[in-house]
Write a protein of this length. Structure first.
Lengths: 358, 371
């Protein structure tokens, strides 16, 4: 186990940033801390790095207690959200910094430093920009220099705070793929913070969903997306439609719909919430058996790979549906048309559970 | 490179358009310019030129004699060149510490400290001088004690200073890597406390044993150089801190944290990251502080006691010569002080021109080309 966090708590004044959080990061993992702002994900990352001190709980690294070690003793690589490159140093000197500040006994020779920096420049594909200053680089280039600088000290753990947060969409896409590739090459245990669920799903091999200072769910991207443990996770990982419902005899019903069950759920409960993702709702002109309800189409947005339809249900609630362009072409839907909506897959949670798991 | 060339043209056109839109009629432009030139000429240029003209009116030989033949004048120049650097050094240390504390930490009384730093600006220099007389003067709180056995505080002061330095250096130089830490580095509390007691005792003992400080003698602060230094330091106290606080706040703590996470110790972080980032603020603060320290009159006037050849700084000497109707002598010293001020201004302008050397390059647009 590379990093082990046990019962860590942290408050800032009245605000609880972390509430008794425990987490394991296996060796060589690429883990994403995912959550909305204020969920405590950055605080957790900074506690692992030693830039913030936990009020209670312990942090272990390779079975060794590092709770009371300072950032400089922990030797983790930290990549800051806004890069924090040394603005008065060239790219070369930025990367060499961690090697140059070592004590005389452990400091590599000038030749070794040179070789190491060039190796890293090659890794981040910026060999020809070694003599530039950070202000002369684009955002994506700066991000990669920050990464190389952190890697230069050969850390056992790499921590990244919103690594792609301040880049534009196109560059972000490229860098994500590049980071994934890099991790496959060097296999360094890495933890990164993000509020972008798509980013977490695409890059990480383990995702930790956080909310209000607690961990909601930990698992592979597939587990987290397809088997959300709590309503919060389901909600956070994509758009959803909410319906009031009940569970009877292992069958879930939407309260306002008199007809058949829309899905399966085990514990019977009077008061439940039924969650359906927009792309799991199907629009049709006939009700072909199974659970369904009526709706009137209010708005159609057909720009993009998916057609997004907004409709109002027969009991007046808004509902969002997504379908493929092909299906939309076949249906020839019109505004204000009355249609049937058939939920294909729903997720049922008990209503009074709130956003917090038991 | 191509994209830049394309980008530059529309900007140039837009710039010209803005200039045209902002263009005022010719008479406004000329009128304003002339008015400003006239005011600057009357208030600044003519008096400054006049100082040099008056000083040199009887020829360079007399000018030289006026400056360096009179032992009292010579002494005043030496005194100013002693007091100003010491006050400057003290304020540099204090300014750095204050700016660091205010820009990097949140502590109770932070706002109060910020306000207190400005206090010397708002208090009249004469009042400042008077405060020191009331504390250290003969009738002041510490006056009788200082007069009886003033030097007895020195061993304590020096020992406390040395102990503080020891603790600071121990934590600054403690190696990062626990494996590379031989023996005593691993016991910060033991070394910190034990070492402090040892250093304090040793320094104290050495000073007492060798009788470094005289016994039962009066330590003069008021009407002596220490008082001049105190008064000057008080008046110039805000310059360095005031320059540094906004710079340090703008730079932010991230680069320093990055340096620490890369294994730098406090010393390395300070010299390799903090100082280069605040360099210009620091230089600017030093220059302003020095200019004011050399020219300070009011506070120094109260604490100096006007002992010719002993406690007269250059500004005090100028006033005294002027009162004695020795106009050429007074103008000669004034011209030297002005010269020092002009040199300071030139240094400042030179440095200001150098500032944007790294920021000169245009920020690349976000359109990124991957190698």
């Amino acid at each position: 186990m590379s990093i082990l966090i046990k019962n860590v708590s942290k408050t800032f004044g009245n605000f609880t940033a972390l509430d008794n959080v425990s987490l394991e990061v296996p060796d060589g993992a690429l883990l994403a801390l995912l959550g909305p702002s204020g969920s405590g994900k950055t605080t957790l990352l900074r506690i692992i790095a030693g830039l913030e001190v936990a009020e209670s709980g312990t942090v272990l690294h390779q079975e060794k207690d590092i709770t009371h070690q300072s950032a400089r003793e922990r030797r983790v690589g930290f990549v800051f959200q806004h890069y924090a490159l040394f603005r008065h140093m060239t790219v070369f000197e930025n990367i060499a910094f961690g090697l140059r500040v070592r004590s005389r006994q452990t400091r590599p020779s000038e030749g070794e430093i040179r070789a190491k920096v060039h190796e890293l420049l090659k890794l981040i594909q910026l060999e020809n920009l070694a003599q530039r200053y950070p202000s002369q680089l684009s955002g994506g280039q700066r991000q990669r220099v920050a990464l190389a600088r952190a890697l230069a000290v050969e850390p056992s753990v790499l921590l990244l705070d919103e690594p792609f947060g301040s880049l534009d969409a196109k560059v972000r896409q490229e860098l994500r793929r590049w980071l994934r590739q890099l991790h496959d090459e060097i296999h360094i245990t890495s933890v990164f913070v993000t509020h972008d669920q798509e980013e977490a799903m695409e890059v990480a091999d383990r995702v930790v969903v956080m909310n209000e200072g607690r961990i909601e769910q930990l698992g592979s991207p597939d587990e987290v997306y397809n088997h959300p443990a709590t309503p919060f996770v389901y909600n956070f990982l994509g758009n959803v439609n909410l319906f009031h419902g009940r569970v009877d005899d292992g069958k879930a019903y939407i309260t306002e719909v008199a007809g058949e069950a829309v899905g399966q759920s085990h514990p019977s409960h009077e008061n439940t919430v039924v969650y359906v993702r927009p792309h799991l709702l199907e629009i049709d002109r006939q009700a072909n058996g199974g659970g369904h309800f009526r709706a009137r189409i209010k708005h159609i947005n057909s720009a993009g790979p998916l057609v997004k339809v907004e409709a109002t249900t027969e009991w007046g609630a808004p509902v969002h549906i997504e379908m493929s362009q092909e299906r939309f072409g076949n249906l020839q839907l019109m505004k204000d048309e009355a249609v049937f909506i058939i939920p294909k897959d729903v997720k049922v949670f008990q209503a009074h559970e709130g956003p917090r798991p038991k | 490179m191509n994209t830049e060339a394309i980008l530059e043209k529309p900007q140039a056109i837009a710039g010209a358009r803005i200039r045209q839109a902002q263009q005022d009629p010719a008479w406004v432009r000329w009128g304003l310019t002339l008015a400003v030139l006239a005011v600057v000429g009357v208030l600044v240029v003519i008096p400054v030129v006049n100082i040099f003209a008056e000083a040199l009116s009887e020829g360079a030989g007399v000018y030289w004699k006026n400056l360096f033949a009179d032992p009292d004048t010579r002494q005043s120049i030496i005194l100013t060149l002693t007091v100003a650097p010491i006050a400057l050094a003290a304020n540099l240390l204090f300014g750095l510490a204050a700016a660091w504390a205010i820009a990097r930490f949140d502590f109770p009384g932070r706002t109060l400290l910020t306000a207190l730093i400005d206090l010397p600006f708002s208090v009249s220099p004469v009042v400042a001088g008077l405060m020191f007389v009331l504390i250290f003067g003969l009738q002041g709180y510490f006056g009788p004690f200082l007069r009886r056995d003033g030097y007895s505080v020195m061993p304590y002061a020096i020992s406390i200073l040395g102990t503080g330095l020891f603790v600071l250096l121990f934590f600054l130089f403690r190696p990062i890597n626990p494996q590379a830490r031989p023996g005593l580095w691993n016991y910060p509390w033991l070394v910190g406390l034990g070492g402090s007691v040892a250093v304090f005792g040793l320094l104290f003992f050495v000073q007492q044993y060798f009788e470094v400080w005289p016994r039962n003698q009066s330590l003069k602060i008021i009407f002596a150089t220490p008082g001049l230094i105190l008064a000057t330091a008080f008046v110039t106290f805000p310059f360095v801190a005031r320059e540094l606080i906004p710079v340090m706040e703008a730079v932010g703590p991230d680069e320093e944290l990055a340096a620490v996470s890369l294994g730098a110790n406090g010393w390395q972080m300070f010299w390799r990251v903090t100082v280069p980032n605040i360099k210009w603020g620091l230089v600017y603060g030093i220059i302003l502080c020095n200019a004011r320290a050399m020219g300070e009159f009011g506070a120094v006037y109260v604490v100096s006691g006007h002992i010719a050849g002993k406690t007269d700084t250059m500004p005090l000497r100028i006033e005294k010569l002027f009162q004695e109707y020795n106009l050429p002598g007074s103008f000669a010293v004034a011209s030297l002080l002005t010269l020092l001020a002009i040199l300071t201004l030139i240094a400042k302008t030179k440095l200001e021109r150098k500032v944007p050397s790294t920021a000169k390059f245009p920020e690349p647009k976000t359109s990124e080309t991957r190698a």
